[in-house]
Design a protein. Structure first.
Length: 313
């Protein structure tokens, strides 16, 4: 039963029980892992570019240990803890392992040299608080490397579902999660106290025979609707079929298949340490830009154009 507190709490966007239940179902099926595999490969490639050793690692949102398998034998990793909110996933991950999510982290401060998270943080209600906890869990100069879905993800499916439900049922309910914007995520990293934050995006396009196939894959991934304000009854079959028709009409490729866009946002940030480069104080530069450019330095408000002679009277 959903309480009034749950309904009106502005911080409770997602239903944690539904997130856990969907991941449990995905753990049992494990039939649609290709996007997680692709994202894991990209995270490992980024880590390979960093000339550092990370002996103690946390894999947050580990699924069945997918990312951990990619990391095996890399970056000087000696000890990796696998954590996931779904016990069925944790049971399939290698030890040490723990049932935990981004908002209920049982880890001691300064426990890890590296925290990795592969497409899991987008289900977090209190993302600023979760990032703060991760910063505390990192040793000074420890690294956070995480991916999550961005705002461009599944835009065509969202539009088709809204149009179909409005047409058939006379109104639309929340069905696709509100994904974070890259600029907002950069700000959240700074608010959480991370140093040197970098946020970038990439897009993966997957094709399907139709929108029904796409929705089946989302269910098998564990990425079904887990919004706290979602409708609790089953969606009408007519609504789903109409959404598929609308998607097909708007987005079909030349070969008749539809394309689904998944935007992956990658976060790279460091726990603060005195050895890290810092911005210079204003006015502390030892050389003037004007000298480097071979120009004359002008005061604020001074025009760069030569003064015009007065007009003859």
């Amino acid at each position: 039963m959903r309480s009034d507190t749950d309904t009106h709490n502005p911080l409770r966007v997602f239903d944690p029980k539904a997130v856990r239940r969907h991941r449990e179902r995905a753990a049992a099926r494990r039939t649609a892992e290709f996007l997680f595999e692709e994202s894991a490969t990209r995270l490992v490639d980024r880590l390979a570019d960093i000339n550092r050793r990370f002996p103690r690692v946390l894999d947050l949102g580990c699924r069945d240990g997918l990312l951990g398998r990619h990391l095996h034998g890399r970056s000087g990793i000696e000890w990796l803890v696998a954590a996931d909110p779904a016990p069925a996933f944790v049971a399939r991950a290698p030890s040490p392992r723990v049932v935990a999510d981004a908002e209920t982290q049982p880890f001691a401060p300064r426990e890890f040299d590296l925290v990795v998270s592969n497409l899991a943080l987008h289900w977090t209600n209190d993302l600023p608080g979760a990032l703060l906890q991760l910063r505390y869990a990192l040793k000074p100069d420890g690294l956070l490397l995480a991916s999550l879905w961005g705002g461009e993800t599944l835009g065509d499916l969202r539009a088709a579902l809204i149009a179909a439900e409005s047409e058939i049922e006379g109104g639309a309910s929340p069905r696709i999660s509100p994904f974070a914007d890259a600029r907002d995520l950069a700000s959240l990293l700074q608010r959480a106290g991370f140093a040197l934050p970098v946020v970038d995006t990439d897009t993966i396009e997957a094709t399907y025979a139709d929108a029904i196939g796409l929705m089946h894959d989302l269910r098998d991934m564990g990425e079904s609707n887990a919004l706290a304000l979602r409708q609790r009854n089953f969606t009408r079959r007519a609504t789903l079929l109409r959404a598929a028709e609308i998607y097909q009409a708007r987005s079909a490729r030349a070969d008749g298949r539809i394309s689904a866009r998944f935007e992956i946002v990658t976060l790279t940030a460091w726990a603060p340490h005195e050895s890290q480069p810092k911005a210079l104080r204003p006015g502390s530069a030892e050389a003037r830009l004007a000298d480097a450019l071979g120009t004359r330095e002008r005061s604020a408000g001074e025009s760069a154009a030569p003064a015009r002679p007065p007009k003859p009277s």
